[in-house]
Design a binder for this molecule. Structure first.
Ligand SMILES: [Zn+2]
Ligand SMILES: [Zn+2]
Length: 183
């Protein structure tokens, strides 16, 4: 990844045309590569690279980011908290910590590859409460040992079905679980 691409999030959070919500502490933008029908990013204004940068003193900020993300997305989409997936990727090549807030349909136009599905549906995706309890107990977030889980077969998030092909999973979600595939 080029240095320029690495800083895309910082560019987007500083471009007023992208900003959906902003206050003293956080900025909310739409994810440029949506994996679900609704997909947003909450970023702190503080210069934190990723989850590895987090210390115990950041706990109030993590709570605030989650609260503002849920509040914004629930208000603009009409969805409830239980319809939304909220958390962080264990590893990212992008500069700036970002909290993903997305609907659980995973039928966004950019949900195309098994690793993309796995990045939201395995331990690669880390909820805020897990990070907070680890910051409290050992002072840093615990990450999976490597990125192997991204390349395992994709497992349905509603049953035991698994496959190596995202298009088979999408078909399964539509036929078996009636998840509309709008993209
Ligand atoms: Zn991410
Ligand atoms: Zn299933």
């Amino acid at each position: 990844m080029t240095n320029e691409a690495r800083n895309n999030l910082i560019l987007s959070m500083n471009d007023p045309s992208n900003i959906l919500y902003s206050d003293e502490f956080v900025v909310i933008v739409a994810d440029q590569y949506p994996k679900s029908e609704h997909h947003y990013l909450v970023m702190p204004k503080e210069d934190l690279f990723d989850v590895r940068s987090l210390k115990e003193r950041h706990i109030p900020k993590l709570i605030y980011m989650e609260l503002k993300g849920l509040e914004y997305v629930m208000r603009t989409t009409g969805l409830f908290a239980q319809d939304l997936l909220v958390g962080y990727h264990a590893f990212t090549s992008m500069n700036r910590l970002h909290l993903h807030v997305l609907s659980k349909d995973f039928c966004g136009p950019h949900m195309r590859q098994p690793h993309q599905w796995n990045s939201f549906n395995t331990e690669f995706f880390i909820p805020t409460h897990k990070i907070i309890s680890e910051l409290q107990s050992i002072g840093h977030a615990v990450l999976p040992p490597n990125k192997k889980i991204l390349h395992q077969p994709v497992q349905c998030n509603k049953c035991d079905f698994f496959t190596n092909e995202i298009k088979h999973l999408k078909l399964h979600l539509k036929m078996v679980h009636y998840v509309p595939q709008i993209f």
